[in-house]
Design a protein around this ligand. Structure first.
Ligand SMILES: NC(=O)c1ccc[n+]([C@@H]2O[C@H](COP(=O)([O-])OP(=O)(O)OC[C@H]3O[C@@H](n4cnc5c(N)ncnc54)[C@H](O)[C@@H]3O)[C@@H](O)[C@H]2O)c1
Length: 294
């Protein structure tokens, strides 16, 4: 679809990282932006920054894991702006799960599913019927990840399971929209191709009490800086993709009505091939062994 001044974009997880970069990019194109995030302080700062740049902004504190909050976001958005053209179901968290799956804290699963899976589903349910009824062109972008969206990183397996669900949910959504001959398209985003310097590694900063860990962590959370230092010490090259590049890629993808927002990457392609080959050959998933760390 065309992106034009005066249209409306809703972005969840818009107070930080990729969400904020997408909101900035849409605002730069002249779209009105609705920022939704659970982190009130960061949200206010993000909204103020965008307003300073001349954007029309509406910000609302929303926990995407709570259905009524997402429905209230949709109602308020339609009351204020009368339409939604772009919906980015982007809010997401790393689960903080440690150890083997049979040792995981069930609340790590419940929290990651609430945000990463239910959050996307709530966005679809609250906005898509209104977008279809409006009859205008529209587009939905759901944020997945190479971890799970392509193949799981067994050291971050809860996150991977949620991001695999986002791919399947978006494929199904695409088919349902096509079956309705809708003017609304759908895409699944794999931010990258490299690592991103965002708040994802500090996801626990916004973890609600109702999903608090029931058993304390055995090891402290590792920050992105600590991880980067460890990788460099081990002689590994760490590359980062700027979030602005991801936002440009998304805007181009919406314009081109592209389903797979998957940046060119030899690494991703090798993973896709290895996984597909394993399935087609009915062979064990040996490609996972590359990632298995003790
Ligand atoms: N950073 C990466 O390397 C990377 C890679 C692939 C995919 N992703 C995905 O990109 C998306 C954005 O993450 P990011 O990297 O920008 O991280 P980020 O932590 O900088 O941004 C995520 C935002 O989501 C918000 N959020 C968390 N829980 C929420 C909830 N319940 N309701 C509403 N908002 C909530 C946070 O407050 C934060 O502002 C996520 O879905 C993430 O899984 C990130």
């Amino acid at each position: 679809m065309e992106l034009r001044a005066g249209q409306v974009a809703v972005v969840t997880g818009a107070a930080s990282g990729i969400g904020l970069a997408m909101a900035r990019r849409f605002a730069a194109e002249g779209l009105k932006v609705v920022l939704a995030d659970v982190d009130e302080g960061a949200l206010e700062k993000a909204a103020a920054g965008l307003r300073e740049d001349g954007a029309v902004v509406h910000a609302r504190v929303v926990d995407v894991g709570e259905r009524e909050e997402v429905v209230a976001l949709a109602e308020e958005t339609y009351e204020r702006f009368g339409a939604v053209h772009v919906l980015c179901n982007n809010a997401g968290v790393g689960s903080g799960a440690e150890g083997r799956m049979w040792e995981h804290d069930p609340n790590d699963w419940k929290w990651a599913f609430a945000v990463n899976v239910w959050g996307v589903f709530h966005g679809v349910q609250a906005f898509v019927p209104r977008m279809l009824a409006g009859g205008e062109p529209g587009h939905i972008v759901n944020t997945s990840s190479g971890d799970g969206g392509i193949a799981p990183l067994p050291t971050a397996s809860v996150y991977a399971v949620t991001k695999a669900a986002v791919v399947t949910m978006t494929e199904s959504l695409y088919a349902h929209l096509r079956a309705e001959h809708a003017r609304v398209g759908a895409s699944v985003l794999f931010p990258g191709p490299h690592m991103l310097r965002t708040g994802l590694w500090e996801s626990h900063r916004n973890r609600p009490d109702r999903y608090a860990k029931q058993k304390p962590r055995r090891t402290p959370y590792r920050s992105l800086d600590q991880w980067e230092a460890a990788m460099k010490e081990a002689g590994k090259d760490v590359r980062f993709t700027p979030v602005e590049e991801v936002a440009d890629f998304v805007a181009d993808g919406i314009r081109a009505d592209r389903f797979w927002l998957l940046p060119d990457s030899e690494h991703s392609d090798a993973q896709i091939r290895a996984r597909s080959r394993s399935m087609l050959d009915r062979a064990d998933p040996a490609y996972l062994e590359n990632f298995i760390l003790d």
